[in-house]
Design a protein around this ligand. Sequence first.
Ligand code: SF4
Length: 436
Amino acid sequence: MTAAELPTAKACDLTVVWAYRRTGKFAFHVLTGALESAPDVAHVPITFGNGVEAVCAAIDDAQRRGCRVLVGWSFYSPDFAEMTNELRAVRARTSSHGVLHVVGGVHASAEPLQTLRAGFDLVAIGEGEMLVREIVRAILRSESPRGLEGTAWLDGDDAKSAPMKRNGKAARVQLDDFPPCAPAHRRHGPIEITRGCIYACRFCQTPFFAGANFRHRSVENVREWVRYFVSCNFRDYRFLTPTSMSYGTHTEQPDLAVVEALLATVRGEIGPARKLWFGTFPSEVRPEHVSHEALRLLSRYVDNRSLILGGQSGSDAMLAHSKRGHDVAAIERGAALCVEHGFVPHVDFLFGMPGETADDVQQTLQLMDRLVAQGARVHGHTFLPLPGTPFRRAAPGALTPELRQHLVRLASQGSVYGQWEQQETTAKEMAARREA
Ligand code: SF4
């Protein structure tokens, strides 16, 4: 869509419709919060359309009211095929007049050309908080958002052949400058306390999307948002971070004084009856950050009795190859300490990483057995060659028959859980799409 194709402003200037799905919902809450908190765009109505029917109905309704429509999409790489099918279905059933389909998130940022060829009008590259405001402002001025910093688009009508143009990447934000949720729309989620990650594991999209450094929300800012959640009578308090015990630090060394300041503040605000979850879903703890001191600290403040540890492999060679930054001994030591302090360690594993040999698989099987014998649970995943990562061109993760049997046996004891079968299929699909 060009500026000339945009209808001129009417009584209703613009409606935002989120193509809102479960997997990306917290990203939409943060984007909604970014719009709500900017006085010049806070008036723009926002609809959360869950599924094709709802998105079509929201577009039809906005068009009946004479509004232009920004349809916002965001999804993870495994959902690319499903979401582009949904886009096609929405396009087939709605008028395109005054409608702009904009997509952001980790997948679109890593693969803008593929995403544009799938039928989106505009890709928002990088973090969305500032850019979504700028896109809305441009549309309200009846200007095309193409060319804004952090956008990519096709220069021509033929989605198969038109060349892509892009203008850089959206500015990275400071978390304190934006709400972690959307109070006016009553859309909430875990409070994001840290964005970006210094570890840059080679299979992970986080550092390649959000930067290989930490940006932390301040304790005082967290306190304000916790107070707001308390005023809404929320019972559970969860936090979003790539590595829980890295809160407040900028190095590999945890700063437990800052972690304690955070947890003490949150506990002070929520009181003893509400639940504080930390080092568990939706975040995890790096194994080498588990220490007596760290566990004593957690025991004082948190309600969870399990911790999620990132283990990934039982082979030191694979841990080094994926740049995990810890060894197998750290995983075993971390899990043992958790058990000693009364926490059940749930250890993440990644099967079928690039270059994994039969010997590496054996070592992983043996480590899983040792951890389970200690009282840990294993959370199994199959390696996905994620766009934007150093391993993006690697072969899709595949399970050996021996590993599959082993997982079935551990699963029957309730010691392992996960979606490794489904992820194996997804990994193949992603690799096939990449080669197409
Ligand atoms: S896997 Fe965890 S520690 Fe490694 S880069 Fe990703 S978020 Fe950081």
